[in-house]
Write a protein that binds this ligand. Structure first.
Ligand SMILES: [Zn+2]
Length: 384
């Protein structure tokens, strides 16, 4: 039996408004409507996100983007590539919208995690300049956000299919979700039957409850993939840890310099291995040191003894800077004290902590963070 979803006036207005954007045709809007109205679970979440004030508008993504969808917290908007919105693609639109709407629903929780991160960084900056724990905490929060969004995408699609097939099977969901299903199910080598991956529990009706156990299982299958599988970031070679980590270490670095403006040789400490971070991938993803562009001494606390690094501003270049390449050091290996003499002497123009906090929201992560994430998934799995 087909259950037709009901939406509030405000939620309907959000959909109607999408038609006003240049380039949006009735077919695009029709695909969106079909996705929302065919999946009561999605419609309910969409309505809740609009009512809750974390989703105000739907927007088209630029044609140059090949992303599946994005959620932008600052604009409270979800964006789609118009090329993917057509009547033949409603299953995909349902999954993507389910995923992005969940990001909107999670917004307050991720905002709290971000705020706690800023507070933690302040404490670490004052105390021992070791930013490992604050970074670990905030990355964990965003890992949960991402995993729960992916479960919601699956649930939105499963609910749409269930309206047509009372005997919904994993095979049907797999066929509709195509490559996205690889994060959820795998084929048993012996029986060739589909089964949930890892410890994920899929209910008999195809739903996945977002329990802590299932969110963790999804995080392992979806978020913790190796760089070769995720192909995230500006250069398409990053995993999630370094993708989120580039933002987190940028904020930590800006807090560090704000707290210690007159100590340019004071190192920040981070256990890179514990956080699964790699300076090359961080810098390729784009490290933003704020207005102060001089490299910051970074001690990787992983080993014994810890290793000295420099963290470079690469927000625009997205290029890893090997320390030995620095021409101003006469070929010698740089150490923080030497750099202090060479380049760090001038007092940088400082932004206030409030300014940092304002720019450190997720919208200011490499702005197309979510874009890159979804686009990369397409790249990795959709194939040519
Ligand atoms: Zn996402």
């Amino acid at each position: 039996m087909i259950t037709r979803a009901r939406l509030s006036d405000r939620a309907r207005a959000v959909i109607d408004d999408f038609a006003n954007h240049p380039g949006v045709t009735p077919d695009h809007v029709g695909c969106l409507r079909a996705a929302i109205y065919s999946s009561p679970a999605l419609a309910q979440n969409f309505d809740n996100a609009v009512r809750g004030g974390t989703l105000d508008r739907l927007r088209p993504l630029p044609e140059s983007s090949s992303a599946g969808g994005t959620y932008e917290a600052t604009h409270r908007s979800i964006s789609f590539p118009l090329s993917k919105l057509n009547r033949a693609n409603v299953d995909e639109a349902t999954f993507v919208l389910g995923h992005e709407v969940q990001h909107a629903l999670n917004r307050r929780e991720t905002s709290r995690a971000d705020q706690a991160f800023f507070d933690d960084l302040d404490r670490s900056a004052r105390h021992d300049q070791d930013y490992t724990r604050p970074i670990a905490r905030v990355v964990r929060a965003h890992r949960r956000d991402e995993a729960s969004a992916n479960i919601a995408g699956w649930n939105a699609l499963a609910d749409r299919l269930r309206q047509r097939h009372s005997d919904l099977t994993l095979e049907m969901i797999r066929n509709a979700a195509r490559w996205r299903s690889l994060d959820f199910v795998e084929r048993d080598r012996t029986t060739r039957e589909l089964r949930p991956r890892g410890s994920l529990v899929i209910l008999a009706d195809g739903r996945i409850d977002p329990t802590p156990t299932n969110v963790e299982a999804m995080a392992r299958a979806y978020v913790d993939r190796l760089p070769e599988a995720t192909k995230l970031g500006h250069n398409g070679n990053s995993d999630y840890a370094n993708h989120y980590g580039a933002w987190a270490i940028s904020v930590a670095a800006q807090k560090h310099t704000t707290h210690h403006p007159s100590k340019p040789s004071l190192s920040m400490r981070v256990d890179l291995e514990q956080l699964h971070l790699d300076r090359s991938l961080l810098e390729q993803n784009g490290v933003d040191l704020g207005q102060r562009r001089q490299p910051i001494p970074l001690v990787d606390a992983t080993g014994h003894p810890p290793t000295d690094h420099l963290l470079h501003h690469t927000a625009a270049s997205h290029r890893f800077v090997p320390i030995a390449d620095r021409p101003d050091l006469n070929g010698t290996s740089p150490v923080p004290a030497r750099l202090a003499r060479l380049g760090f002497a001038s007092r940088p123009q400082l932004r206030t902590v409030t300014q940092i906090a304002a720019t450190a929201t997720r919208s200011q992560w490499p702005t197309s963070l979510r874009t890159q994430r979804v686009r990369s998934d397409f790249g990795a799995r959709d194939g040519p």
